[in-house]
Ligand binder design. Structure first.
Ligand code: ZN
Length: 161
């Protein structure tokens, strides 16, 4: 799923564990794989590749690559901002941030794996790919269903407070 969705779900999970930052980090990280298993839509990248057989070692610095990084950066910041806005209180702000970032982390590790496909990174990538849904939703339905999903999780988590 896209990073914002991961961050919102990670923040939601963390909000239920708001006095346990380490548990929030673990649960956020685990939530990534759980929701990737649901058929979903991901925005296309023009230059960076992720997933099976991806290799970014020859990535060159051109407009397509910079655009990809800009989109990913915006997605991640929007996700963190949304998670904090929806769930953080003065006391829980760090735990929510940790949960949201931990939930996005597997995709950053997936990118790292395309540069260094070794050891633990490789084992994690195999698990990530195994857990990831092979069904791809497309078009407006794909976008809409992911928005609805993130909204539902956020509403559920808030109803627990
Ligand atoms: Zn993923």
């Amino acid at each position: 799923m896209i990073l914002s969705t991961h961050a919102v779900v990670g923040g939601a999970v963390a909000s239920l564990l708001s006095s346990h930052p380490a548990a929030a980090a673990l649960a956020g990280f685990a939530s990534h794989f759980a929701i990737d298993a649901i058929p979903h839509w991901d925005y296309p990248l023009r230059s960076i590749s992720l997933g099976r057989g991806a290799n970014n070692r020859r990535l060159s610095f051109n407009t397509a690559t910079l655009t990809d990084f800009a989109i990913i950066g915006f997605d991640a910041c929007a996700g963190l901002g949304l998670a904090l806005w929806m769930f953080a209180t003065k006391e829980s702000i760090w735990t929510i941030a940790i949960g949201a970032v931990a939930a996005m982390l597997p995709d950053a590790l997936q990118f790292l794996h395309t540069l260094y496909p070794r050891g633990l990174l490789h084992a994690l990538q195999r698990f990530h790919w195994w857990a990831h849904s092979k069904r791809v939703l497309t078009g407006m339905f794909g976008v809409g269903s992911q928005l609805a999903f993130a909204g539902t999780i956020a509403a559920l988590a808030r109803s627990f407070h």
